[in-house]
Ligand binder design. Structure first.
Ligand code: PAJ
Length: 311
């Protein structure tokens, strides 16, 4: 068709906001429900599953489907948050791929990307008032990365205030982060729905992660022991907690190139360790390093209810 109005609606433009003021203006023009996906960028297929879930939660039809009724819009934040990196961690080398990230967001129907600088987010330097993640924030990831969850919850709270979403979406890959955000939203009466998306894995079983691009091929082969170990543990769930941990440890120990920070069976809400013989829903979680790269992963496990069935 030339020269006249087209019958197809023009593809909605993706707006990039680099400042809080630009975000506020663009946010004001969005249709509800507004669904936020907070990220640190270097977007991969795991993030893509979040973007698709967000689009569905916003009430938008998927690509190629007819739009159904009133639809909301998706906002993505891309910010490598210095507060959540320890002094010896990978803040400086963390991948930054804004152009590719914007292309993925545009392809997935995102309306607004907020990608501020550190100076824009923290104009007075590191904030003096921060979010205390409480007891569950001291365990597992919190134990190995002191201050990590203070940094995560502080930036997530700022992003929630700035973007004012109706719904916020997180991945189950960072299970402890998800649980702590849920807890913060409940404890602080933020009135925002927290939705989660299952872990996306590559065909070889490795959970997709922005940090996977650090892995040399030989390191990636070693890293596959992580999902293998979790799967081996999960397969012993009907026997009991000790059998789950033993099976997973057996796989991890067979790959000495992996340095295991922790392997734990934990309560999915409090992240306290499951006691021997304890039944019910749990998470089998691990963090391990291969070369200079630290990876985390988890699987759900349902343990038998009866005490003493461990054998
Ligand atoms: P980032 O690591 O970029 O992850 C952004 C979101 O994507 C998180 O909710 C994370 O759980 C999810 N995600 C990452 N890999 C995934 C996978 N393989 N499957 C499913 N979900 C996956 O998590 C952060 O950023 C930051 O801590 C943040 C919340 C943005 C605060 O700075």
């Amino acid at each position: 068709m030339t020269g006249g109005a087209t019958t197809q609606p023009a593809a909605a433009q993706l707006v990039l906001a680099r400042t809080k003021a630009e975000l506020a203006t663009a946010r004001g023009a969005l249709a509800a429900p507004v669904v936020l996906v907070p990220t640190m960028g270097a977007l991969h297929s795991g993030h893509r599953t979040l973007l698709r879930a967000a689009r569905a939660l916003a009430g938008q039809a998927g690509a190629g489907q007819a739009a159904a009724g009133q639809a909301g819009q998706v906002v993505v934040s891309i910010f490598v948050n210095p507060l959540q990196f320890g002094p010896s961690e990978d803040l400086d080398r963390y991948p930054r791929t804004l152009d590719e990230d914007l292309a993925m967001c545009a392809a997935e129907g995102v309306s607004l990307v907020f990608a501020p600088s550190a100076a824009e987010m923290y104009p007075a330097g590191p904030p003096e008032v921060t979010v205390d993640p409480g007891p569950a924030g001291q365990l597992l990831e919190g134990q190995f990365r002191p201050g990590f969850f203070d940094g995560v919850l502080t930036v997530v709270l700022k992003l929630l205030h700035l973007a004012r979403p109706d719904v916020v979406v997180f991945g189950q890959k960072d299970a402890q982060q998800l649980a702590l955000v849920r807890r913060m939203v409940a404890d602080m009466d933020l009135g925002i729905a927290v939705e989660s998306v299952p872990i996306a894995r590559d065909a070889d079983g490795l959970a997709t992660s922005s940090r996977n691009r650090y892995l040399a091929p030989a390191e990636r082969a070693m890293a596959l022991a992580i999902p293998r170990a979790l799967h081996a543990g999960q397969a012993r769930a009907d026997v009991g907690s000790s059998a789950v941990l033993d099976a997973a440890w057996q796989v991890l120990r067979a790959t000495p190139e992996l340095t295991v920070d922790y392997l734990a069976l934990a309560d999915p809400g409090t992240f306290t360790p499951v006691l021997p013989g304890q039944g019910g829903a749990a998470l089998l979680l691990t963090a391990a390093r291969v070369g200079g790269t630290r990876l985390i992963d988890n699987v759900p496990v349902v343990l038998p209810a009866a005490e003493g069935r461990d054998r």
